[in-house]
Design a protein around this ligand. Structure first.
Ligand SMILES: NCc1[nH]cc(CCC(=O)O)c1CC(=O)O
Length: 308
């Protein structure tokens, strides 16, 4: 039996901790282990320290994972728990996403103080979001709204909304549910008109490639369908643009032997958008993501990605 605890790396936000505890609970149940078989190790990342600028300007997604990945590579951590949505498409040499937990609700939640729905917001209402995708989708639907940058973790955004800094905001329903805060949601946005970010709602576990002990520990908590969907969404994102400067939505679902991916790219101002739906075999989900990206690149034309 294991004597050294399994060290689980995570960021320190309420959401990250909830996700690390969920992973630990699933591992305890799968293996009949006690809580003290695990140690949750909280790591502050560069991304956590930068709170006042859009992440697209300071270097993007890797900022939330760098220090945790160093811990894995140097052997100070055995596995790391992340929101799939925050993971870069290319990981450091020697690391891999070795498991995905069953996906929570992938939809975006609208949280309105001035009105309960996007359609009900008065002209010029101030809506805060840090996500380029949400900003672009909002501007596309409601060009009259005043979309402003809004950062911070989930509880602090809700507090800023409550304090009247903005009239409304958008958050992932999955994160709200994991924090027990879903009562704040006033409208759930439809997947077809407001598609989520690739990976939204899914927890992933990163570990050293070829670490047989950890792979065996993770195998029983891996969720096959979520893994297939996420592999397709990440292939789609990787084939489009890894820079975080293009608003990109992508969501895949598995139905039997078929995987269907809905992808969309937009200009940041929401005036131009291209979308596609590609179906393919669960036997080659990367091909589905790559094909969706190819179609969107072709529709958008060569100037689309260089306009801003
Ligand atoms: N970028 C922050 C982030 N990363 C993952 C989630 C929510 C949980 C998820 O999508 O799995 C959030 C907050 C949000 O978008 O509301």
């Amino acid at each position: 039996m294991q004597t050294q605890p399994i060290r689980i790396g995570t960021r320190g936000s309420d959401l990250a901790l909830a996700q690390a505890r969920e992973t630990r609970a699933r591992l305890m149940a799968a293996h009949g282990l006690a809580e003290d078989a695990f140690e949750i190790v909280v790591i502050t990342t560069t991304g956590d320290r930068i709170t006042n600028r859009p992440l697209s300007e300071v270097g993007g997604k890797g900022l939330f994972t760098l220090e945790i990945e160093e811990g894995l590579i140097e052997g100070r951590l055995d596995l790391a728990v992340h929101s799939s949505k925050d993971m870069p498409t290319v990981l450091p040499e020697g690391l891999e996403l070795s498991a995905f937990l069953p996906r929570e609700d992938p939809r975006d939640a609208f949280i309105g103080k001035a009105a309960p729905t996007i359609a009900g917001l008065p002209k010029g209402a101030v809506i805060g979001s840090a996500s380029l995708r949400r900003q672009a989708l909002l501007r596309r639907m409601r060009p009259d709204l005043n979309v402003v940058l809004f950062r911070g973790n989930v509880p602090s955004r809700l507090a800023k909304l409550e304090a009247g800094e903005v009239d409304a905001t958008l958050l992932a329903q999955a994160g709200l549910k994991r924090l027990g805060l879903e009562a704040a949601t006033t409208e759930l946005l439809p997947l077809d008109t407001f598609p989520p970010a690739p990976g939204q709602g899914a927890i992933t576990i990163e570990s050293r490639r070829g670490d047989e002990r950890i792979n065996a520990i993770l195998a029983p908590i891996h969720h096959r369908e979520t893994g297939l969907a996420l592999t397709a969404e990440r292939a789609f994102l990787g084939a489009l643009d890894g820079s975080c400067k293009t608003p990109i939505a992508g969501h895949a679902v598995v139905d039997g032997d078929t995987l269907s991916l809905h992808g969309m790219i937009l200009t940041p101002d929401g005036t131009e958008a291209h979308e596609t739906r590609v179906d393919g075999s669960v036997g080659d989900v990367v091909a589905v993501g790559v094909e969706a990206a190819r179609i969107l690149r072709e529709r958008a034309g060569p100037s689309f990605f260089t306009t801003w």
